[in-house]
Ligand binder design. Structure first.
Ligand code: SAH
Length: 431
């Protein structure tokens, strides 16, 4: 089973290489391998993650050659812009039309789109988002695996079920050996090429231990490694990059200063921003975003969140619904409805035609079919949960988390079927 298509190196210029995929060329950065023109590689997230032998590459390419074009055809068919809605306001269509040509829409225009409650307008918005995704990014879809390796957390995020004040939660931490085995299984048995290591802010896991873990993983497995471990010393992030990590999943949670302060008594938005800028400067790819549906948020703040993520140079957007957890101060609030999240993701796609948009597990937890819907309205990235089911149940950031109780085998089969049915290559072909 294969999650990525090998590409053939066409040209090399310092650490930037051009890769050919059945006649399509992409560029990727090569930080880890000695390469020559003609070599075969796997790229992920815009980085070469593995060099593979010619014979094996040709065998794999043989199994892809028809499917590669078939998927494209399906995707193109499903992302047609045509609609027969005649009653939609001219102002609305003007904004949509600007975005479909790759023009950037203003804050006011984005707000106008997000305020829409008209079913015809929404249908056009979703179709346009899908069209834009297809036009500017093609049919590649990232499929990364996430390991939630510790639910210990010293933070007090008011929405989060693993915050340190939740004394009813059984805490766990996986050992480096357990994590290595999980990653090994995902890479070797299921062909994962991108792995996210996530945890609460767990001081019992020293930065040195995490660095050793990164080194161990990079030594043994050819993966694109994401970190999602929150605020640690600046030097940690420098060293983690040197050790081979190349991306961070680090949300700013809300762009509203006052709301941030209320929800995070232990930190500030300014500090969160400082980290995001530092991480970008180090060279990490940035996956960031916020919670949608927090109390006191409104349409304007959500658009500001999107614009902030874009301004930060997000390579991947992670925006998902806030789901109230009974053991937190926000237990009395309601989760937003699925439709409002899909609408927001579509508007986000119109704001940035090029960034990857993740379908969050939180969205799937509200409604399992939302994954397909989100992929059809602008999203192009999914994560499967690699955490063993008994621990996933304890990674209780919000209740009734999707994926936590489904075996990896079943998640993989389901993802492949879904992606094939909508014409997405379960791969990430690079930039
Ligand atoms: N410690 C890491 C990872 C945090 S947990 C860090 O600081 O980046 C991962 C994400 O879960 C958070 O960024 C938060 O946005 C999300 N999350 C927490 N509680 C949630 C809730 N109740 N509903 C939806 N998402 C939640």
């Amino acid at each position: 089973m294969c999650y990525a298509i090998p590409g053939n190196v066409k040209s090399i210029s310092d650490n930037l290489i051009t890769i050919d995929y059945f006649g399509e060329e992409r560029t990727a950065r090569n930080d880890f391998y000695a390469l020559q023109v003609g070599d075969y590689v796997y790229a992920q997230g815009g980085f070469v993650v593995q060099k593979i032998g010619k014979k094996l590459a040709e065998e794999i390419l043989d199994s892809w050659k028809e499917l590669f074009f078939e998927l494209k055809e399906t995707d193109t068919r499903l992302s047609k812009l045509h609609h027969d809605k005649t009653t939609i306001s001219k102002g609305f269509l003007k904004i949509i039309s600007k975005a479909t040509y790759g023009g950037s829409i203003s804050r006011e225009e984005a707000v106008r789109l997000l305020l829409s409650e008209d079913l015809d307008e929404l249908e056009v918005l979703h179709k346009s988002a899908n069209f834009i995704r297809q036009k500017f990014l093609g049919n590649a879809c990232c499929v990364h695996g996430i390991v939630e390796f510790s639910n210990n957390c010293m933070c007090q995020c008011a929405y989060c079920g693993i915050n340190r004040s939740n004394i009813n939660l059984t805490r766990y931490r996986l050992t480096p050996k357990q994590i290595r085995d999980i990653v090994g299984n995902a890479v070797e048995r299921f062909g994962f090429k991108g792995i996210v290591l996530q945890s609460g802010e767990d001081p019992s896991y020293s930065s040195k231990e995490i660095l050793n873990l990164i080194k161990m993983i990079m030594e043994h497995y050819p993966v694109f490694l994401f970190l999602s471990v929150g605020e640690r010393e600046d030097a940690f992030y420098l060293r983690a990059f040197e050790a081979g990590a190349r991306a961070v999943l680090f949300r700013f949670e809300t762009s509203d200063d006052a709301l941030y302060a209320k929800l995070h008594p232990h930190s500030s938005l300014k500090e969160r921003m400082r980290y995001l800028k530092l991480l970008k400067n180090i060279g990490y790819l940035i996956a960031t975003g916020s919670l949608i549906g927090l109390p006191q948020q409104n349409v304007e703040t959500i658009i500001d969140d999107f614009l902030l993520a874009k301004e930060l140079g997000a390579d991947m957007y992670s925006f998902g619904p806030f789901i109230p957890h009974p053991g937190t101060p926000l237990s009395g609030y309601k989760a937003p409805d699925v439709g409002s999240i899909l609408k927001a993701l579509s508007v986000l796609r119109l704001i940035d035609p090029y960034g990857k948009i993740l379908v969050t597990t939180a969205l799937e937890s509200l409604y399992p079919k939302a994954k397909r819907q989100a992929l059809l309205c602008g999203a192009n990235s999914v994560m499967l949960n690699l955490t063993p089911t008994n621990f996933a149940a304890l990674y209780d950031i919000y209740p009734s988390r999707a994926r936590g109780d489904i075996s990896l085998e079943d998640q993989v089969t389901e993802a492949q079927l879904l992606l094939r049915s909508i014409g997405r290559a379960p791969t990430d072909l690079g930039l």
